[in-house]
Ligand binder design. Structure first.
Ligand SMILES: Cc1cc2nc3c(=O)[nH]c(=O)nc-3n(C[C@H](O)[C@H](O)[C@H](O)COP(=O)(O)OP(=O)(O)OC[C@H]3O[C@@H](n4cnc5c(N)ncnc54)[C@H](O)[C@@H]3O)c2cc1C
Length: 486
């Protein structure tokens, strides 16, 4: 079609001409006065021992753990890869170690071991992780800096899932639950292959949002107590230039040296503190920009974050859509500011963003036990500890007593009033201050391993989560090298 004919056709169709439709506001799903009754449909059924919903930070380790126990395991993940916010949001993987750098004479403890630590070792061998180099500044916040290559992380995730014999359903949405009395019989999935019913004995919700718990009728709150965020990778920007810039303004905050692009002792983490450029500070503040970054590669800053507090709810599609647009504008502005102010960044460009907005909390699921702030900062351990953890994202304001650790008890992972459902990841812990610790990546990973192992044992023993003997779980966790405080 010639350009002129094309224009004529468009005019005939009313496109390209001034629209005769008045702009109308579209009611949101909940406001719509009309409804449509969807016809019932027969679904194909598949059977598994364990279903893990959400292949993110916690879910990846839940699925690997269940698979390694010999359970026939299905992992349901809505995106095309696994890793979740660990590969989308953070600046560093906090933290495998206790805060031993902040307390005189404190023993160095690798608090989270097991499958998450094995994963990091493998990733380091692939050149996709810094390992655990010690922080040079901000040693009262975190002792080490574990930075990752997000793409190698995703690849290794697939490899380890495959080796564990997990059936991985990516690009698949968990869309419902089949519940009888207080027991989940199965879940409903949606994918381009159609809707399916997946039956299983035990279930682990690692969706971050608590979607499976909600579908299963579990109790929850929606605290809306955090900023949401999208973080971006900036290419053509060197962390060495960033260091010089911050140094010249006497503004170096967090700093760590480690392996980068195959060379040792290079900057891998850098953060600004009290920058004496009021115009930049003011602009950065307006867009919720955090000036901390990590990297494992030359000329690439891996994560720079722009925060935004959604005026509505992170569970409302339309509120989130508006936030996605707002955050992309903020990201563009952040890149502009860095190009304008940091010498050497003139040709820097945005090389990656998260595929969707990252949240710090969606639903908070009611479990049999709710970890308190005192449990965390007093460094309490329980008879049914499943994970030991020593990082608090609010340090140095809140630190775990004497640089020690606290435990995440089994009860904190059992979803209240559902017999065969565990929750792991950011969806546990109601107290905001305690959550500022339990929600961090390495804690989520440890919870993942614990819940996946427990779910597999329940399936094997044909029992619910409350009938499982904790001693049996602990034996299996010890076998797979999970660390317990003595
Ligand atoms: C911006 C940001 C920065 C952060 N920075 C750090 C940091 O520097 N260090 C740190 O340690 N922690 C950090 N955190 C906290 C930490 O990253 C998260 O709390 C943690 O990764 C959450 O893990 P999760 O497993 O609960 O959720 P996720 O990692 O989000 O995993 C949930 C998975 O479930 C999938 N999913 C969701 N719903 C469905 C569904 N219905 N069906 C199928 N799949 C579904 C998602 O696609 C996702 O893969 C940060 C968090 C944010 C938001």
């Amino acid at each position: 079609m010639k350009r002129r004919d094309f224009s004529k056709t468009m005019l005939l169709l009313g496109l390209g001409a001034k629209s005769t439709f008045a702009r109308q506001s579209i009611p949101s799903a909940v406001e719509s006065p009309e409804s449509y009754e969807e016809p019932a449909k027969r679904l194909p059924v598949r059977h598994f021992d364990v279903v893990v919903a959400g292949g993110g930070t916690a879910g990846l380790f839940a699925a690997i753990a269940a698979g390694r126990q010999g359970a026939k395991t299905m992992l349901i993940e809505s995106k095309g890869y696994c890793g979740g916010i660990a590969v989308e949001g953070g600046t560093a993987i906090h933290s495998f170690y206790n805060l031993y750098t902040a307390f005189e004479g404190c023993k160095k403890i690798k608090a989270v071991q097991g499958i998450p630590a094995e994963f990091m070792d493998k990733l380091t061998e692939m050149g996709g992780c810094t390992g655990y180099p010690e922080m040079e500044t901000a040693r009262d916040y975190d002792a080490v800096c574990t930075a990752i290559d997000t793409e190698l992380y995703k690849l290794l995730a697939f490899r380890m899932l495959e080796q564990a014999g997990v059936f991985v359903a990516v690009n698949t949405l968990l869309a419902g639950a089949i519940v009888n009395d207080s027991r989940i019989r199965g879940v409903i999935t949606e994918s381009r292959s159609g809707r399916e019913a997946i039956m299983a004995n035990s279930f682990v919700d690692c969706t971050g949002y608590g979607d499976l718990c909600a579908h299963a009728g579990a109790g929850f709150n929606v605290p809306n107590d955090y900023d949401s965020c999208n973080s971006f990778g900036l290419a053509n920007a060197s962390i060495d230039d960033y260091y010089e810039f911050l140094k010249s303004h006497n503004a170096i905050g967090q700093m760590c040296r480690g392996p980068r692009s195959g060379e040792e002792n290079k900057f891998v983490r850098m953060g600004a503190e009290q920058l004496d450029i009021p115009a930049l500070q003011a602009e950065a503040h307006k867009i919720g920009m955090s000036m901390i970054t990590t990297t494992v590669h030359d000329n690439y800053l891996m994560y720079i974050k722009c925060n935004y507090k959604i005026p509505g709810s992170v569970l409302n599609r339309d509120d989130v859509a508006k936030a996605e647009i707002e955050i992309r504008n903020r990201i563009a502005r952040a890149a502009e500011l860095l190009r304008e102010y940091v010498p050497g960044f003139e040709k820097a460009f945005i090389a990656r963003t998260s595929p969707s907005l990252c949240i710090r909390r969606g639903r908070q699921i009611i479990c049999d036990y709710d970890i308190t702030h005192e449990d965390v900062i007093d460094g309490r351990h329980f008879d049914d500890d499943t994970v030991v953890y020593g990082f608090h994202d609010w340090a140095p304001r809140y630190q775990i007593k004497d640089g020690g650790t606290y435990g995440i008890p089994y009860r904190a992972l059992c979803v209240k009033s559902v017999e065969n459902l565990y929750a792991a990841g950011m969806m546990i812990t109601s107290d905001h201050r305690a959550h500022m610790s339990t929600r961090n990546t390495v804690s989520c990973m440890g919870q993942g391993q614990a819940t996946g192992t427990a779910a597999a044992l329940c399936a094997q023993k044909h029992c619910g989560s409350r009938e499982l003997k904790f001693a049996d779980l602990k034996k299996e966790l010890l076998k797979s090298k999970v660390y317990f405080a003595s």
